[in-house]
Ligand binder design. Sequence first.
Ligand code: HMG
Ligand code: MG
Length: 297
Amino acid sequence: PLPDRVTIVEVGPRDGLQNEKAVVPAATKAELIDRLAEAGCTVIEAGAFVSPKWVPQMAGTPEVLAAIHRKPGVRYPVLVPNLKGLEAAIAARCDEVAVFASASEAFSQKNINCSIAESLERFEPVMERAREAGVKVRGYVSCVLGCPYQGDVPVGDVAAVSRRLHEMGCFEVSLGDTIGRGTPGAARAMTAAVAEVVPVGALALHFHDTYGQALANIHACLELGISVLDSAVGGVGGCPYAKGATGNVATEDLVYMLHGMGIPTGINLAALLEVSRFVSDAIGRPVPSHLAAATAA
Ligand code: HMG
Ligand code: MG
C-alpha cells in the first residue's frame, strides 16, 4: 500500500551545497534554511561537522546554526563522521545528527578515509555519547545501487551495513544511491532486501538523479511502505567523493509527484518554488529541477 503521508528530509543546505566551489556565506545558508521551514519543511539537514580540509563548503556550519531561527516542530540535523564532529554539533545545540557509512569498501576509503568496519567501530562511541546527551542519530548508507570506484554493490552488503546501523541505535537508516545509477527494479529489490532486516518504518530513501531515474526509483519503492524521502530543493548538489554524480532528486519535483498521487507532505509547492529560485540566485546559475524550468517566468 502507498503511504498516507510522506515526510521529506530536505538535504539541500548540506548535500546540495557541499559540492559548490564558491563558498556560500553562512548568512545565505541560514536564510535558505529559514525559508525552507516557512515553506513547510519539517526536517532540514543544516550542515556537516566534517573536516574543513575535506569539505571546505561545510566549514561555516556553526555560524549557520547560530543564525537560523529555529521553528518549533522543525528538526535541523547535521552530519558528523566521528566523536569530534558530534561534540561540535552538541556545542552548536543540535539535537539530531547523522552518521554516514558506505556499502562499498572503496567509497568508504575515499569519503571518510577508513574501512567500513572501522567506520562502524568509530560510530559506537558516537552513539554512546549521543545517547548520553539526548541527541538522536540517523544513519546513512552510501552506494546502495552502485559505487563510482567498485561498480556493482551486492544487496547483501547494503543490508548488512543497514542492519548494523539500526542495531547500534540509529532511529532511521537512509539508503543512498550516491551516484544515481539505480533503476526501478533494482531500487525496489534492494529496498525490499533491506526491509527484511530493518523495519520499513525505520527506512528512508536518498536518491540522486544523475541518470534521471530518481522519481521512477522512488515510485517503485513507495508501495513497500517507505514514508521518508530525502531530496534537495532545486535538485542541486552531489558528493565531492563521487565525481560526476549530480544532485539529489529535486524537492519540488518530488512534492509535485506526491501531491499528484494524493500523498500529502505538508510542503507548500508555490513557496518551495520561490526557495528554489533563491538557491539559483545564491549559486549564480539555474538549478537543474524540472519544475524550476517548467515554471520559469
Ligand atoms: P582523516 O584525515 O582520516 O581524520 O579524515 P583524522 O582524524 O586523521 O583528522 C585529520 C584532521 O581533520 C585533523 O586536523 C582533525 O582534527 C580534523 P589537523 O590536525 O590536520 O588540523 N578533523 C575534524 N575537523 C572538523 N570536524 C571533524 C573532524 N574530524 C577530524 N569532525 C574524516 C577523516 C572523517 C574527518 C574526513 O575524511 C572527513 O571529514 N570526511 C567527510 C567527507 C564528507 O563530508 N563527505 C560528504 C558527505 S557524505 C555524502 O555526501 C553521502 C550522503 O549524501 C549519502 C549519499 O548520497 O550516499 C550522506
Ligand atoms: Mg547524498
